[in-house]
Design a protein around this ligand. Structure first.
Ligand code: ADP
Ligand code: ASP
Ligand code: MG
Length: 415
């Protein structure tokens, strides 16, 4: 008998019919002899609706009150799930983050799970019952409700699975697994049977929202298998697991993109020790996460060695970062600060990149063949990312998907 944590996303619990469907699925798993804990997101659109509601009262809502409000989304879906199960004759209780023993640390709206004391969940399991837990929320040391950031229910599910020493964490969503690229952008994207933690982590960090980044990180640290499956269809899904030699045969396994980027350039700053450090210190102090950084070769201008330094930040941080950098112009005697928020990042990912030559050349050639200009490039062992104009993002994804031969049979169960 195995212990399974099943997580159902917002689109999978969007209405009563769908909630009844996932309730039947969880009950069926329990009736097969498994111990089952269910983690739910809020019903589709509910978190956005609550954010709009809070903003209608205050344009910049107090983070504590906002978290208190957002956490209600998951309380509704889990209570609805429990009611549906009870109507089917199944004994089940719903639990908020607090009731499930989920402790968090860090700021509101981006708290981290610091520990789970799942005593009440274990009691339910010991009675042979299902337990359903609110995703996305916990409680901090002060006893206040916190939320984990968008998509955070994935992290709740994985953390709960780790705390319960579950055999597997099943992530049920509106696609039937992890694809070579977003199947909603590329109709010939192909489902993968398996993907390594490292590859999934890169895909998630670079924009593939199908799995939240921290959930993959956590699963990788504890070698917990994640099985991504369709909530209402069948299919084998995708197993996120340790790398195996088969995965390395193909240099590129996935393509992804992110529109959530903006670039800032400080023109004509002095090319001397400490300048880049000062620029990034200012961003770090303001808790702005800097991603791609490019510094050009310096040129001599009127006897001084000057250079341009560009970096990218998440799009919502763009106005704030521009202001901070403008404030540095005087101190650094920089020429000017310029910015661009009409950019996107397109990335290719694959563990096989480590031992295949020519992958970057092929990527740049494919983009060039569509007239797409690359303005910044960044690489790691298993990924290459290019910053391009935003309007070309989806074309770039399809072009790279084709160029690396990732297409499969059209079809699959996608919505
Ligand atoms: P949930 O509400 O279940 O958490 P999400 O909307 O967060 O679901 O994630 C599922 C979506 O992720 C899919 O509908 C798909 O558009 C998107 N997605 C992006 N990249 C991929 C990929 N490589 N494979 C599968 N889905 C992807
Ligand atoms: N309801 C939250 C969100 O919409 C958390 C989640 O769905 O994972 O981001
Ligand atoms: Mg999600």
């Amino acid at each position: 008998m195995s212990l399974i944590v099943q997580k159902y996303g917002g689109s999978s619990v969007a209405d009563l019919d769908l909630i009844q469907g996932v309730a039947r699925k969880a009950i069926a798993a329990k009736n097969q002899g498994h111990r089952v804990v269910v983690v739910l997101s809020a019903m589709k659109g509910e978190t956005d609706r609550l954010i709009r509601l809070a903003r209608s009262a205050s344009p910049d809502p107090d983070p504590r009150e906002l978290d208190s409000m957002l956490s209600t989304g998951e309380q509704i879906s889990t209570a609805m799930f429990a009611l549906c199960c009870q109507a089917m004759g199944e004994k089940v209780k719903s639990f908020t983050g607090f009731q499930a023993g989920i402790a968090t640390s860090g700021p509101h709206s981006k708290a981290r799970i610091s520990g789970i004391e799942p005593a009440r969940i274990l009691t339910e399991l010991a009675k042979g019952r299902l337990a359903v837990v609110c995703g996305f929320q916990g409680v901090d040391k002060a006893g206040d409700i916190t939320t984990l950031g968008r998509g955070g229910s994935d992290t709740t599910a994985v953390a709960m699975a780790v705390a319960l020493s579950a055999d597997v964490c099943e992530i049920y969503t509106d696609v039937d697994g992890i694809y070579t690229t977003d199947p909603n952008i590329c109709s010939d994207a192909r489902r993968m049977d398996r993907i390594s933690y490292e590859e999934m982590l890169e895909l998630a960090s670079l924009g593939a929202k199908v799995m939240e980044i921290r959930s993959v990180e956590l699963a990788m640290n504890y070698l917990l298998p994640i099985h991504v499956r369709h909530a209402h269809g069948g299919g084998a899904g995708t197993l996120i697991t340790q790398e195996d030699p088969d995965m390395e045969k193909t240099p590129v396994r996935g393509v992804t993109h992110s529109m959530n980027e903006a670039r800032i350039t400080l023109l004509r700053v002095k090319d001397e020790p400490g300048v880049a450090a000062r620029i990034l210190q200012v961003a770090a102090k303001a808790e702005i996460v800097v991603d791609v950084i490019v510094q050009n070769k310096s040129a001599s201008l009127e006897g001084e060695m000057l250079t341009d330094l560009s970096f990218t930040v998440p799009a919502p941080e763009y106005p704030r970062t521009m202001e901070l950098m403008k404030g540095l112009v005087g101190e650094l005697q920089a020429g000017q600060v310029v910015g661009d928020d009409q950019i996107a990042k397109v990335s290719i990912v694959g563990a096989g990149m480590r031992n295949h030559a020519g992958v970057a050349a092929k990527m740049f050639h494919a983009l060039a063949s569509e007239g797409i200009n690359i303005t910044m490039i960044t690489t790691s062992e298993i990924k290459i990312s290019c910053i391009i104009e935003k309007k070309y993002a989806e074309l770039a994804v399809r072009t790279l998907h084709d160029a690396f031969g990732l297409a499969g049979e059209p079809g699959g169960n996608r919505s």
